[in-house]
Design a protein around this ligand. Structure first.
Ligand code: SAM
Length: 188
């Protein structure tokens, strides 16, 4: 088995290392619900997950997965853009997970977009606790194109280094645009 995991697995490993039972966390891109299920398992019965998607069918798939695993009661499903997360959340959150791109098996033209993603990342950076994490798995190329990736990469370079540590992983010798992981940690 490979020691160096892909970006999605690495995002789970980092989030798992900080989220505790009872925490409040966010899945900014619910999609088919894999990250929401993952987060709901981490926060336990006393915790809460806010899960956003602009597509109702994505939230329906997510809800089904949660019901099957008896996790539905700890998750708030929100059919709205993640850029509006502060309309729904006012308490500090431990982690915010983004999985950029389009819904697998869905309409490839309804993907995340650079300007709204950056707005949502900024909001997430305001909401997270000290040593909380914003994780962003960036899918690009193919039907997703490169605009959003380029905008996000440009934005993260401008983040104040005193307040936040920003990490970016790259699989430099892989072909076909392997997803990139970005993690942002609040320092103080
Ligand atoms: N994390 C998901 C999973 O585990 O299956 C995959 C997410 S998928 C790559 C990206 C999702 O982001 C799509 O379902 C899409 O509808 C959603 N999306 C696009 N723009 C959005 C926005 N502004 N706010 C919230 N979700 C958005």
């Amino acid at each position: 088995m490979c020691v160096i995991k892909n970006s999605l697995t690495q995002s789970h490993q980092i989030v798992e290392s900080i989220v505790e039972k009872g925490d409040l966390v966010v899945d900014a891109t619910a999609g088919n619900g894999n990250d929401t299920v993952f987060l709901a398992g981490l926060v336990g019965e006393q915790g809460r997950v806010f899960s956003f998607d602009i597509q109702e069918n994505a939230l329906n798939s997510t809800e089904k997965k949660l019901i099957d695993r008896q996790l539905r009661d700890r998750v708030q499903l929100i059919n709205d853009g993640h850029q509006y997360m502060k309309n729904y959340i006012s308490e500090p959150v431990k982690a915010v997970m983004f999985n950029l791109g389009y819904l697998p098996g869905g309409d490839h033209s309804i993907g995340t977009k650079g300007n709204t993603t950056i707005e949502a990342i900024k909001n997430s950076m305001e909401l997270i606790t000290v040593h909380g994490i914003v994780s962003i798995v960036v899918y690009y190329g193919g039907d997703s194109g490169f605009d959003e990736k380029n905008q996000v990469m440009e934005f993260i370079r401008t983040i104040d280094c005193k307040q936040f540590t920003v990490m970016r992983t790259d699989f430099v010798n892989q072909i076909n645009c392997p997803p990139i992981l970005i993690c942002i940690e609040k320092n103080k």
